[in-house]
Design a binder for this molecule. Structure first.
Ligand SMILES: NC(=O)c1ccc[n+]([C@@H]2O[C@H](COP(=O)([O-])OP(=O)(O)OC[C@H]3O[C@@H](n4cnc5c(N)ncnc54)[C@H](O)[C@@H]3O)[C@@H](O)[C@H]2O)c1
Length: 324
């Protein structure tokens, strides 16, 4: 079998996480890098030491003929790129959030399904051993409540400050913890989300500075997830999730460690394997074998997390709960 031919559209910060790993896979060839800022495409090409940089993705698809396309563009830029790749039968790794509206995401999903395109969405935490450790510790436990948080500063990327280009912090950033909620606890039934503004003052900024979503899961568990981008110093309280069981608390410190606290013992575990490598390797294996069963976040699953976060935005706007 020849090497798997991979290209990139959008070669900013996030693309590098994937490129750094893919260059180490001996069975992958990076054939193209495209960005509307061509210097960024050239920079990634130079780092990889292979492939060609492009300023137009159609030209890249015609010329480099990738079998796989990584789409790492800002949230509002999805659509045409996916449809063009799908029409050509190119498999897709797509960064979250995959769209800013459900209607577009559903059209992409349907088009991909029709053409039997293999998809993987960048929900990296799905491959994190710490999340599996939480699942193991939760076995047989009685759980009523959990709370989680992603409260930090305003990310520096140019498209972040506006809802129109970013989707808001729940959809763009805390979506990882909302996805972990679904991954561990199943589907949500209802969400109510309250938020506020007024801390961050900046031209062109229209996001909520903070919000809190109360999510009733179909199982009856109630989750409260806090989201904030107004911190201007590091907090000593880590982001992540705390799962309140009847006889213990399981604490997940975002991408760092997990702790099991009970009356009698405290057990801490740090992560062991590089989950970003695991995610990329799983996707490439699926392309090479046609067996997609190990991909933990295909489009048709990830879209349910997108729906949940968009429901939070709807609740933020209307002030009303949203049934899912
Ligand atoms: N899975 C994760 O953990 C994770 C982490 C960070 C970012 N992300 C996601 O990855 C995506 C990219 O984020 P980033 O941090 O790399 O942003 P970035 O701004 O650093 O990079 C985006 C790149 O896309 C380019 N671009 C914009 N519009 C384009 C278009 N129409 N065609 C081609 N290129 C275009 C920009 O010039 C830029 O270089 C976002 O959706 C973000 O939410 C995911």
């Amino acid at each position: 079998m020849g090497k798997t031919r991979v290209a990139f559209v959008g070669t900013g910060g996030r693309s590098m996480t994937h490129i750094e790993r893919l260059v180490k896979f001996p069975d992958v060839e990076l054939v193209g890098f495209m960005d509307i800022r061509p210097e960024r495409a050239e920079q990634k090409r130079a780092f990889a030491g292979q492939g060609k940089a492009y300023g137009d993705y159609i030209e890249m698809l015609d010329d480099a003929k990738p079998e796989v396309l990584y789409i790492c563009v800002p949230p509002a830029e999805h659509g045409a790129i996916e449809f063009e790749a799908i029409a050509r039968g190119i498999h897709l790794f797509i960064e979250k959030p995959m769209a800013l509206g459900l209607e577009l995401a559903e059209r992409i999903q349907n088009a991909a399904r029709e053409k039997k395109i293999i998809t993987c969405i960048g929900f990296q935490d799905r491959y994190l051993d710490l999340v599996e450790q939480c699942r193991e510790w939760m076995q047989g436990k009685k759980i009523g409540l959990l709370d989680g948080a992603w409260v930090g500063g305003l990310p520096g990327v140019y498209w972040y400050p506006a809802y129109a280009t970013c989707g808001g912090q729940i959809v763009e950033q805390n979506i990882h913890i909302f996805d972990m909620l679904r991954n561990l606890f199943g589907e949500a039934a209802k969400v109510y989300c309250a938020g506020g503004r007024g801390i961050i003052e900046r031209d062109g900024y229209d996001l909520h500075d903070y919000s809190s979503a109360v999510i009733t899961m179909q199982s009856g568990i109630v989750a409260t997830l806090h989201t904030g981008c107004y911190r201007d110093t590091e907090s000593k309280f880590p982001n992540g999730m705390r799962i309140h069981c009847a006889d213990c608390t399981i604490e997940y410190d975002l991408r760092n460690h997990v702790v099991y606290h009970s009356q009698f013992e405290t057990i801490s575990r740090a992560w062991k394997s590089d989950w970003q490598t695991e995610m990329n390797r799983t996707f490439i294996n699926a392309i090479q074998t046609g067996d997609t069963s190990k991909i933990r976040s295909p489009y048709e699953d990830a879209i349910k997390t997108l729906r949940l976060t968009l429901a939070c935005n709807e609740s933020l706007q209307t002030g009303l709960p949203v049934e899912l």
